[in-house]
Design a protein around this ligand. Structure first.
Ligand code: NAD
Ligand code: G6P
Ligand code: MN
Length: 431
């Protein structure tokens, strides 16, 4: 039986994860789940931990739920370490969203300068977690969900010896979207993915082995739109999709429709608030529900968050590693020549065979020029962000932001960087 450690256990997503382990219980025997958090998250941890206990009891399962503030205790001897923490909490996220907006740039928690700031805060913490994994659970798999997931996974792959796979719920939601369009089970859909986390394209879409890319794209622009709860569902330009000939991910709106998305963000910031501010309220409501001692299932209200199908992705991944299933899932791994247009030692989001040795990517080869440039530019930004986050080097950080496609100039990059460093001092020991 397996020991699971969840770093950031007080997250409102924890019932989602517990629900996943309950559903997987017949194939994936878990004896202990350690929900770990920090002092500031203690109250949330206790509420969500009590709900987790009620959920496993209701399911009639013999899983011990442990609540702890001790990282070593949680990690020690774990088989899987799931990371879902947020350094600085939602207040830091809200600052990440607002700083770029001051300078006329997209303010988003993972895309652009917001994601850059989140990476700088997260890198020292993930490095410390990896030190503990190497020491106390050297054979454990790190399943990283913490954003920016691609950048954090790349940091772990290149700067530690920990076995890690990066995860995002966007690819499974793209599969789910296609399945809904054609009114079929998700298992009948196959998407050839290529790209980076939150910058992944569905190059080809198959239904029962038949190429339905064109049919699907027609429906995307004339009928059923697709987004995630945290991204405004602006309609795609028809000619953009026709010329692209692939399924973009919802985050591509920030690049392909930067002007409209910026307008939308400015509008939202001055009405209901940034997404982080909205999430603060959703979270308050969720924890009110979680406190109810008669609640013993994952409440449907959790669907207001962007993490749809998170546990589906996480538990399938763990199941396939544990049971050496060798099925295909879309995760963040070391490129290793999979996408020939990117360096070998970077993290990419792509289809992989998942088994006891982890994730082995399926070849992609070269990607067409229309997506290559953006992919390479964002990857270069990500590589510099990893380096800046690890070394705490100001000039590397400045180059990272300067070359980001959403930042118009070095001058604006410098203003944003200085603002980020000033407002995040307590979370940036490396600078
Ligand atoms: P949250 O604000 O609820 O944070 C989760 C917990 O992390 C909190 O209880 C907090 O106290 C705790 N925490 C902070 N620093 C910690 C540390 N050093 N050690 C242990 N715990 C710590 O955040 P959330 O909205 O639940 O999201 C959690 C993380 O998951 C974020 O990084 C978010 O971006 C990410 N996420 C990723 C995806 C994806 O697709 N990969 C989807 C949704 C959320
Ligand atoms: C999506 C993304 C996540 C992101 C989340 C935000 O699902 O894949 O990486 O963090 O939504 O959701 P939230 O409810 O926090 O805005
Ligand atoms: Mn994601």
């Amino acid at each position: 039986k397996y020991k699971i450690a969840v770093i950031g256990g007080g997250s409102s997503y924890t019932p989602e994860l517990i629900d996943g382990f309950i559903k997987k219980a017949p194939e994936l025997p878990v004896s202990d789940i350690y929900l770990e958090d920090i002092e500031q998250g203690k109250e949330k941890l206790e509420i969500v931990g009590a709900l987790a206990e009620r959920m496993v009891k209701k399911a009639g399962l013999d899983i011990n739920i442990h609540l702890t503030l001790n990282q070593e205790e949680a990690i020690s001897g774990a088989d899987f370490v799931v990371s879902q923490f947020r350094v600085g909490g939602l207040d830091a996220r809200i600052r990440d969203e607002k700083i770029p907006l001051k300078y006329g740039v997209i303010g988003q928690e993972t895309t652009g300068p917001g994601g850059f700031a989140k990476a700088l805060r997260t890198i020292p913490v993930i490095m410390n977690i990896c030190k503990d994994i190497q020491r106390l659970a050297p054979s454990a798999w790190l399943i990283n969900f913490t954003n920016p997931s691609g950048i954090i996974t790349e940091t772990v792959l290149n700067h530690t010896k920990v076995k890690a796979v990066g995860l995002c719920n966007v690819p499974v939601n793209m599969i789910n979207y296609v399945a809904q369009v054609f009114e079929v089970e998700m298992e009948r859909v196959y998407i050839e993915f290529a790209g980076l986390n939150h910058l992944v394209w569905g190059q080809k879409i198959y239904l029962d082995g038949e190429d339905v890319t064109e049919k699907l794209l027609d429906i995307l622009i004339t009928g059923k739109n697709f987004t995630m709860k945290n991204i405004p569902d602006l309609i795609w330009d028809k000619d953009l999709i026709k010329s692209l000939g692939m399924l973009p991910c919802p985050y591509h709106r920030y690049y392909y429709m930067s002007d409209k998305m910026l307008e939308e963000e400015i509008k939202e910031a001055s009405s209901e608030g940034t997404r982080g501010e909205v999430v603060k309220n959703i979270e308050k409501e969720l924890f009110k529900l979680y406190k109810n001692p008669s609640l013993d299932i994952k409440p449907p209200e959790l669907e207001k968050r962007g993490g749809a199908l998170y546990s589906y992705a996480a538990c399938n991944l763990i199941d396939s590693i544990a049971n050496n299933k060798k099925d295909i899932q879309t995760v963040n791994v070391r490129n290793n020549g999979t996408i020939l247009d990117l360096p070998e030692d970077v993290a990419i989001e792509t289809n992989c065979i998942i088994g006891k040795n982890g994730a082995s990517p399926l070849t992609v080869g070269h990607v067409p020029a229309k997506i290559r440039g953006l992919m390479q530019a964002v990857k270069a930004y990500e590589q510099l962000t990893v380096e800046a986050g690890v070394k705490g080097d100001y000039y590397t950080a400045l180059q990272a932001l300067t070359i980001h496609p959403l930042v118009p100039s070095a001058d604006v990059a410098k203003k944003i960087l200085d603002d980020i460093l000033r407002q995040n001092k307590e979370f940036l020991p490396q600078f």
